[in-house]
Design a protein around this ligand. Structure first.
Ligand SMILES: Cc1ncc(C[n+]2csc(CCOP(=O)(O)OP(=O)(O)O)c2C)c(N)n1
Ligand SMILES: [Mg+2]
Length: 378
């Protein structure tokens, strides 16, 4: 597992990001890693060998956690679960451009590879889905904000955090993730505008997977791209193939370096697709076309990076099997630990982590619940 102490920063990319420019000035990043796992003609891999392996391991681990998450939900051991399957290159590629020691991930709920890269433990992840308040409170040395289901509300926080870091002269950059559906929320426009005005060191990163549950991207906006909206914020906007981990890394690295150097925010739209359901309560066969789903299966970001890594002599079947065995064991150990810790939950824990210094009103409510706890639990 990636730990904060041994995470190396991959080298800066040298990619021409200005290939095609859209109507609103947004730039379409040229492809690097093609769906068949080969490099585009003339393109170079912007990641060093170690970083290619790190990206692949992150993506594989995320997919195995997803697989187990769905089955834990089906067994009634956790609540609703959302997979990142199919979108791993967008989050792994962008998170690889961060320095986990100084930079922050402000998540929605489909960014598992980025959380793993920042050093989140799987015990914490499972506690979240089991429903333990500690699952939502990240340790001080893991720079990740809690999962956010209320669409778009994380983005003003991401911008505020980034602005605050700059005012305090701290070195961090913040990446705020959101979906195509969240791009219709007022919070997105407020956050983008504030980011532009304050020149906050933030990357607003849209995972456009084509759907907001059953609402297609075409019904979300009449704009040609979501990145086009950067023009109204006065900041650079980029469109990238979200299943091309190398192109995602290259464009995010450039944005992070610009932000770190005082150059302000960037909006990135990664075009991708979720290969699973919206969550465990959804059935995409009810609203999406079979051909569309099959087409995106052929563009699976994990298969394409795995093919590249195998052809480059960096990966093989044995390593795949060894990683899967190790990861399944890690997942199951973490789940057992999360269950053990969750057995000691009490209703009064609802008040944990809400305020650093709780107001008297909440303290009173906590005492009331503690007094009545015996009744609640009987
Ligand atoms: C403010 C708000 N409105 C509606 C919902 C219900 N809801 C949950 S997820 C979702 C779709 C979000 O789509 P998108 O932003 O594209 O993210 P994706 O799930 O595709 O990753 C909706 C409508 C919500 N959580 N918050
Ligand atoms: Mg979506």
């Amino acid at each position: 597992m990636t730990s904060r102490s041994n995470t190396k920063q991959p080298p800066a990319p040298s990619v021409d990001l200005a290939a095609r420019v859209g109507k609103a000035g947004e730039r379409h990043v040229p492809p690097i890693l093609l769906p068949d796992g080969t490099l585009a003609p003339g393109a170079e891999c912007p990641l060093g060998d170690e970083a290619v392996i790190e990206a692949l391991v992150l993506m594989i681990r995320s997919r195995l956690v997803d697989e187990r998450g769905v089955s834990f939900q089906r067994q009634g051991r956790i609540g609703t679960f959302s997979e990142a399957r199919g979108q791993e290159a967008a989050t792994a590629g962008s998170a690889l451009a961060l320095d986990p020691a100084t930079d922050w991930v402000v998540q929605a709920y489909r960014e598992l590879p980025a959380l793993l890269r920042q050093g989140m433990s799987l015990t914490q992840y499972w506690m979240l889905f089991i429903g333990h308040p500690d699952g939502w409170a990240f340790p001080a040395d893991v720079n990740v904000f809690p999962l956010q289901i209320e669409l778009g509300t994380q983005l003003p926080h991401a911008v505020g955090m980034a602005w605050g870091l700059r005012l305090q002269r701290r070195p961090g950059v913040v990446i705020g993730y959101f979906g195509d559906g969240a791009s219709s929320e007022g919070d997105f426009y407020e956050a983008g505008n504030l980011a532009g005005v304050t020149e906050a060191p933030v990357v607003l990163f849209c995972q456009n997977n084509g759907w907001a549950i059953s609402t297609p991207r075409q019904k979300q906006t009449r704009a040609e791209t979501i990145a086009a909206k950067a023009a109204a914020f006065g900041i650079p906007g980029y469109v990238v193939d979200g299943n091309d981990v190398m192109a995602v890394y290259a464009v995010t690295k450039e944005a992070v370096e610009r932000a770190r150097a005082g150059g302000g925010p960037t909006l990135i739209e990664a075009q991708t697709y979720r290969l699973g359901a919206h969550n465990t309560a959804d059935d995409p066969t009810r609203y999406s076309a079979k051909e569309e789903r099959e087409d995106w299966e052929r563009r699976d970001p994990l298969a394409r990076l795995r093919t590249y890594a195998i052809n480059a002599g960096l990966w093989d079947k044995e390593r795949d099997e060894e990683l899967a065995e190790r990861t399944y064991a890690e997942i199951d150990d973490a789940f057992r630990e999360a269950q053990e810790r969750s057995a000691a939950r009490t209703p009064a824990m609802l008040f944990d982590h809400v305020y650093a210094n709780p107001p008297a009103r909440l303290e009173r409510q906590r005492r009331l619940i503690e007094e009545e706890e015996g009744l609640w639990l009987s």
